[in-house]
Design a protein around this ligand. Structure first.
Ligand code: APR
Ligand code: ZN
Length: 259
C-alpha cells in the first residue's frame, strides 16, 4: 500500500515528466528484478555469492572461461525473463513522445522487448557472441546443444576457447560510440529518470551527474537509498513495477488536463 508521501512524490515526478521537452531514462538491474533477473548488489545480490573478479571480469574470463560460463548459464537458466510493468511504462512514455531515449546498464534486452525503440546498451547485450581471438560472431543457436550439455563454446573458425557474449565485463571498455551518445542524451535531457540502479559503477554512474549539471530535473525510483540520492529532486524508494505504472497514469491525467 503506498504512503501519502509516496503518492505526493509520484505526482511530482509525473508533473516533471509531463512538462518536460526531452526526458531521458537511465536503468539498472533493479528494473529487471521483478522479471526474475537477480540484481548484483543489495540484499541477495549476485556479488554476495560470486566473485565478480572471477566470473565477470575479462581477466577472470581469460584465466578460466569455464567459471564465467557456469555463472552465466546459472543466471540464464534462472529466468525466461519477460518485460515487467516498469519496462512497459517506460515504452509507453516514449510512445507519448515524453521519453526520448533509454540508457541501460542491463544486457537483457527487456526494454526493446517491451517496445522501447531508442535504447543505448552501455554494457552490451546477450544477443550475440564473439570470439576474442579472431572476432568471428555467433548467435546462441550456434551453441544450443553445447550449452544444454554444460559444455563451453569454442570458436569454429580458430578453435579459441575465448568466445563470449558481447557484454562488457569488468576491465573492458564500454562501446565508445554508445557511451558518447549516452553522454549527449544526458546533457540534452531536461528531465532525467533513474530506475533500479545503485549508481556505483562508472562511467555509467557519471551520467546522472552530467544530466544534473546541465539543468535536468532529476527523479530516481529505487528500492533502497543510493549514494547519489541527494542530487535528485524526487526520490521514490519502492518497486519499479509498482511505481512506474502509477507515474504514467498520473502523466496521462496531467497531459489530459493540459490539452
Ligand atoms: N525496483 C526498483 N529498484 C530495485 C528493485 C525493484 N524491484 N529491486 C532492486 N532494486 C534496486 C536495488 O536496491 C539496487 O540499488 O536496484 C539497484 C540495483 O543495483 P545493482 O545490483 O548494483 O545493479 P546496477 O546498478 O545495474 O549495477 C551496475 O554493475 O555489476 C555491474 O555490469 C553490472 O550493469 C551492472 C553494473
Ligand atoms: Zn575465433
Amino acid at each position: 500500500m503506498l504512503e501519502s508521501s509516496d503518492i505526493e512524490k509520484i505526482n511530482r515526478a509525473a508533473e516533471i515528466l509531463a512538462k518536460s521537452k526531452y526526458a531521458v531514462v537511465f536503468t539498472g538491474a533493479g528494473i529487471s528484478a521483478e522479471s526474475g533477473i537477480p540484481t548484483f548488489r543489495g540484499e541477495d545480490g549476485l556479488w554476495k555469492k560470486y566473485d565478480p573478479e572471477e566470473v565477470a571480469s575479462i581477466q577472470g574470463f581469460r584465466r578460466n572461461p569455464r567459471a564465467f560460463w557456469e555463472f552465466s548459464m546459472e543466471l540464464m537458466k534462472k529466468t525466461s525473463a519477460e518485460p515487467n510493468p516498469a519496462h512497459y511504462a517506460i515504452a509507453e512514455l516514449e510512445k507519448m513522445g515524453i521519453v526520448k531515449a533509454v540508457i541501460t546498464q542491463n544486457i537483457d534486452m527487456l526494454h526493446q522487448r517491451a517496445g522501447s525503440r531508442k535504447v543505448y546498451e552501455l554494457h552490451g547485450s546477450i544477443e550475440k557472441l564473439k570470439c576474442l581471438d579472431c572476432r568471428e560472431e555467433y548467435t546462441w543457436e550456434d551453441f544450443t546443444d553445447l550449452i544444454q550439455n554444460s559444455e563451453i563454446p569454442r570458436c569454429r573458425v580458430c578453435g579459441s576457447w575465448y568466445v563470449k557474449p558481447k557484454v562488457v565485463l569488468f576491465g573492458e571498455p564500454l562501446p565508445s560510440t554508445v557511451l558518447y551518445q549516452a553522454i549527449e542524451e544526458s546533457r540534452r535531457a531536461d528531465a532525467f529518470l533513474v530506475v533500479g540502479s545503485s549508481l556505483v559503477v562508472y562511467p555509467a554512474a557519471e551520467l546522472p551527474y552530467i544530466a544534473k549539471s546541465n539543468g535536468a530535473k532529476m527523479i530516481i525510483v529505487n528500492d533502497e537509498c543510493t549514494i547519489a540520492d541527494s542530487i535528485f529532486d524526487v526520490v521514490i524508494h519502492g518497486k519499479a513495477g509498482v511505481i512506474l505504472p502509477k507515474i504514467v497514469e498520473k502523466v496521462k491525467e496531467i497531459r489530459g488536463s493540459m490539452s
